[in-house]
Design a protein around this ligand. Structure first.
Ligand code: ZN
Length: 78
């Protein structure tokens, strides 16, 4: 028995391909989101599932969540 207590974190992207996930923290609001292990450009944002210590509930990862897709652009709107 390998005794792994947690399910492997896997999700499908918008094309229904499965990816292993790696957790990351949003640099803007500190909430956790996920990145595809095999393609760091594909992300799953938390949407309305913000953390208790979220610093910005109006962050793009909450108001415009990217789910199993590539971010349109990483540049701040200004
Ligand atoms: Zn955020």
């Amino acid at each position: 028995m390998s005794g792994m207590g947690s399910l492997p974190a896997r999700r499908r992207d918008e094309e229904s391909d499965w990816h292993d996930l790696v957790p990351a923290n949003c640099p803007h609001c500190s909430c956790e989101f996920f990145v595809a292990k095999d393609d760091a450009e594909i992300v799953w944002d938390p949407g309305h599932a913000w953390d208790e210590d979220c610093t910005d509930r109006d962050c793009h990862c909450h108001v415009e969540p990217v789910v199993g897709a590539r971010r349109a652009g990483e540049h701040d709107a200004g």
